[in-house]
Design a protein around this ligand. Structure first.
Ligand code: HEM
Length: 435
């Protein structure tokens, strides 16, 4: 509906007025201003799981908490994490070796369990061993929570707690919340054990990055007036939800796209060879030299937005140009449609890395491309996501030639909280022969 609508477009969701904006000058005004930074009530549906974590919260704790958590995910942090990425990608490559020469298979499953191991270790210092087991209850549960929340969102009869509670998705929701509590207990026990070990040791083990939970726990201890133990857990589960599935999705979708466009893949591989040679370890500094890989990944972020829609709510009457938005009005920014607006994209439906040639990028108005949103509610994991996605892809593409059937316009996508390939990320792989 929004794709065809002339925006701003007004519609009613039951009794609620919602206005959709997709023109870049409007999008920029909304994203840049804290007047529009209040999350829509729809995010309340995620609160029993994500509490007052950064994605769902708009209350008084939001700003001070973001201020102390955001700096954790700086470039140095991503640099420290490279050995963890490499350790788990090595295991992923070993598992993928078993698929060499076989028919099409969903590479997304392998990448998903790999990112579960990476993110579990980096955030919690906890090993999910997802790759050993091929999956974990946590992994599937945390993907399902988005599906459950989305189902509740689009089915108004599931909005009241009592109808939701007796529905099948409400029951699944309860199971997931119980699993999350179980994980919390395990992770907190590990945190206590680590603290005791550190108290007994004269120095910590510097060869391994400090898990994010330890850093957030330190913030909590230093700011007890601002943080409590619930905040600690809800921030951690939010960070897990925000990173694990998202990184897996983008890496999987890039494999699919490069598999469908062998010429682009060849160009990426040549670039990787030029930068790293045959065997040099991946350093974050080198990632910046991979200009063509960057263009490819950017176009994948465009086609598979992690947040296809952003929803906000006005807490006072507000004006955008001549339009007055009354207090309580919903605002929707359909990133999915913004990213396919034919006024700004020459091949909106296709995988077309040239969309990101420097001279083309320069000409495009700002806020026509917003995969990480922008402004005060922008993503805090942008650098970390970019580094992890590229390190994973460098390793996978060095080892395997990827082949996929069809072209991007043939790929049917489904949308829950994110955009995904409906039939999975089906590819064939061959061992890459060094030239
Ligand atoms: C794969 C890449 C990722 C993409 C495309 C992405 C995209 C986004 C988008 C569009 C938003 C805004 C959502 C909204 O306003 O409703 C957002 C928010 C957020 N993201 Fe990411 N994200 C990614 C990875 C990550 C990672 C790795 C982390 C964790 C380190 C993270 C943490 C967050 C947090 C905490 C917020 C809430 C920020 C706030 O409301 O102030 N994201 N992300």
């Amino acid at each position: 509906m929004i794709a065809e609508a002339n925006c701003p477009a007004r519609f009613w969701l039951g009794p609620e007025l919602i206005v959709a904006f997709k023109d870049p000058q409007h999008v920029e005004k909304i994203l840049a201003s804290s007047k529009f930074s209040h999350k829509h009530d729809i995010y309340e549906f995620l609160k029993c799981f994500l509490g007052e974590g950064l994605i769902t919260s708009s209350g008084p704790k939001y700003k001070p908490h973001k201020k102390v958590i955001q700096p954790i995910f700086n470039l140095n942090f991503s640099k420290d994490c490279v050995p963890v990425f490499e350790k788990h990608i090595k295991t992923c490559v070993e598992h993928l070796d078993a698929c060499v020469g076989s028919d099409h298979f969903n590479i997304g499953h392998f990448i998903h369990s790999c990112t579960a191991d990476i993110i579990g270790e980096i955030l919690f210092g906890y090993s999910f061993k997802a790759q050993q087991k091929q999956s974990t209850d946590y992994m599937t549960a945390f993907v399902d929570i988005y599906k459950v929340a989305f189902e509740r969102l689009v089915k108004p009869w599931l909005h009241p707690d009592w109808t939701f509670g007796i529905s099948s998705s409400g029951k699944r929701h309860k199971q997931i919340c119980d699993l999350s509590l179980e994980l919390m207990r395990k992770v907190m026990d590990e945190l206590k054990k680590r603290k005791n070990i550190l108290l007994c040791k004269s120095s910590s083990d510097d060869s391994f990055p400090t898990p994010v939970i330890d850093k957030v726990a330190r913030i909590w201890e230093d700011n007890s007036e601002l943080f409590d133990s619930h905040d600690l857990w809800f921030h951690m589960i939010t960070l897990y939800m925000a990173s694990q599935d998202t990184i897996a999705l983008i890496v999987s979708a890039t494999c699919l796209c490069l598999g469908m466009y062998p010429d682009y893949q060849e160009r990426v591989v040549q670039e990787i060879d030029n930068v790293f040679g045959n065997c040099r370890a991946v350093a974050v500094e080198d990632i910046g030299k991979l200009a063509y890989l960057d263009m490819c990944v950017k176009d994948v972020f465009r086609l598979f937005p992690i947040a296809p829609y952003i929803l906000r709510k006005t807490v006072a009457d507000q004006q955008i140009d001549k339009l007055v938005l009354p207090k309580g009005c919903g605002i929707i920014i359909p990133i999915y449609n913004v990213h396919k607006d034919p006024r700004y994209w020459t091949n909106p439906e296709d995988f077309h890395p040239d969309h990101f040639l420097p001279e083309v990028e320069e000409r495009r108005p700002s806020c026509t491309y917003i995969p990480f949103s922008a402004g005060p509610r922008g993503c805090i994991g942008k650098i970390f996501a970019n580094v992890s996605v590229k390190v994973m892809l460098v390793h996978l593409l060095r080892q395997f030639e990827i082949e996929a059937a069809g072209k991007m316009p043939d790929v049917r996508c489904t949308m829950d909280i994110s955009v995904r390939a409906l039939r999975g990320y089906n590819v064939k792989i061959r061992r890459r022969v060094a030239k």
